[in-house]
Design a binder for this molecule. Structure first.
Ligand code: C2G
Length: 153
């Protein structure tokens, strides 16, 4: 059994995540995903919109994913690789080189695959924030306009 493992937050699950998981699943027979807990994301300086339990549930519902485990620390990767008899550790190429040490430590293959361009959780969050501020601005305009109307009477 060629077991593959990857890690991530997978917040606001999008097609970039789906394509990554599809490609990683095709590298082996079984794909295990370490989903970052909310506490670990704080350590990473990240705050997700969707909480850990739901992100893990979404991942587990993906046909390319065979097992979801919690990611609590940076250091757990070597023991996860041994525990789950991992042959391939893989991440998107925004992490290129960051986990090469795992190969010497555990004997597994470490590889990075190209990300899907033009889609990211950060972009989606930015878009939602923009809608928010635009909406507020236009509502404020309407209120100001109504107030001006009222002041005339
Ligand atoms: N990804 C991708 N294409 C995108 C966006 C993301 O292929 N358009 C990949 C990333 O390269 C990563 C995975 O999706 O391999 C999950 O991305 P994040 O949720 O942003 O992961 P991150 O928070 O960076 O956590 O220990 C490692 C960390 O847990 C990685």
């Amino acid at each position: 059994m060629k077991n593959v493992i990857t890690y991530g937050t997978f917040d606001l699950f999008h097609v970039g995540h789906v394509r990554l998981l599809q490609r990683l699943r095709s590298l082996g027979d079984r794909l295990i995903v370490g989903c970052s807990t909310d506490e670990f994301n704080e350590i990473k300086g990240k705050k997700s919109v969707i909480g850990y339990n739901e992100r893990a549930e979404i991942l587990a519902s993906c046909k390319y994913v065979d097992l979801v485990i919690p990611e609590n620390t940076w250091e757990q990767k070597s023991s996860d690789i041994r525990k789950h008899e991992i042959r391939i550790f893989a991440m998107g190429d925004d992490w290129v080189g960051k986990f090469d040490h795992l190969s010497a430590e555990t004997g597994c293959i470490v590889t990075y695959v190209s990300r899907t361009s033009n889609i990211s959780t950060t972009d989606i969050k930015g878009y939602l924030r923009k809608i928010d501020s635009d909406t507020i601005a236009s509502m404020k305009n309407k209120v100001d306009h109504l107030r001006a109307q009222l002041d005339r009477y």
